[in-house]
Ligand binder design. Sequence first.
Ligand code: GUN
Length: 304
Amino acid sequence: MSAVLIDGVAVAKSVRAECRVRISRLLQRTGIRPGLAVLKVGDDPASAIYIRNKTKACDEVGIRSVPHYFDRDCDPQAVIDTILRLNCDPSIHGILVQLPLPPQFKVATILRNISPDKDVDGFHLYNVGALAVGEAIFPPCTPYGVLRLLEHEAIPLEGQNVVVVGASNIVGKPMALMLMQRDATVCICHVKTRDLAQFTILADILVVAAGHPNLILPQMVKTGVVVIDVGITRLPDGRLAGDVDFEGVRQKASYITPVPGGVGPMTVTMLLVNTIASAERAAANLHVSMFPGQIAGSSAVKTA
Ligand code: GUN
């Protein structure tokens, strides 16, 4: 068997075409153009590349992206003050704080200050909770993109054994919740899992987001498995590698995503989708109200 390659570039292109249509309809109907504020702190080279890709994708579909860049050693309060201003800015529908942040930052505190109505990454506690109870407003972009790829290939999820390798807040945990919502049987493995292969061998669908090249070898999967490789690591020779031994595993799998060109383009694309959804919600006057009468995010959140 040689697996069908899931072409993330092609699927992203078709979703971005849908984005353009939604934006021009919204603009025509309401005069609203979706706006995304992009906050970067410091000069992490990987973050700079991600932000460049996100900004370019916004330009391509007609989202106005607004950069806010801060020095590495800035006061976290300056970032919070900017977020609070953006929460109240009607021309901004999405606020993205690129992670990771420098060590003086408490990520949880920063994320909690983003209005849940503009949290297009889906990282605010409100949105994490909404996802957990099956009422997601902004599903986190990478797992959302994985679901779009599976849907595009018409791969059924109901009753399937899905093994997710990696339990991060950004990918593994929301991925598991979204799959459970679709009635898959989900198992999450992580760095402390003993004998990973005893779990991966059971997978009908294997989603790997560990950041370890060659973690998944052919003997760890069953014939016909669907493999989604979220990992992306820059090798010393400059090439990008996923977490899966691609050449070996593709001989046993029914479907597999390549790296690059699989999940990566979908992550950026689903950020566009969430930003447009946010602008459409704003146009319809839909708001998450944390407490009756209170505009969420209107005052700073301090956490211990
Ligand atoms: N850093 C790595 N992935 C992400 C992401 O999806 N969103 C943000 N904001 N930062 C990230």
